[in-house]
Design a protein. Sequence first.
Length: 71
Amino acid sequence: METLGCKQKILLVIYRGLIRSILDYGAIAFDSMNNTNKQKLDSIQAQALRIVCGAARGTPTAALLVNHRFS
């Protein structure tokens, strides 16, 4: 499957390297954020995963996370 001219595996590597690594690194700091900002971060992560796998907008974030955790 190709998305925006890139293969899905390449997009997944980019997601893990740029987005997921920042979220993991800053997890302790993010813990003290207010809920509004946490929701914004969750939204960015979900949007990135939807782009990677070509999922529809209504796809639950939990399903996206489970699908790409082990791939």
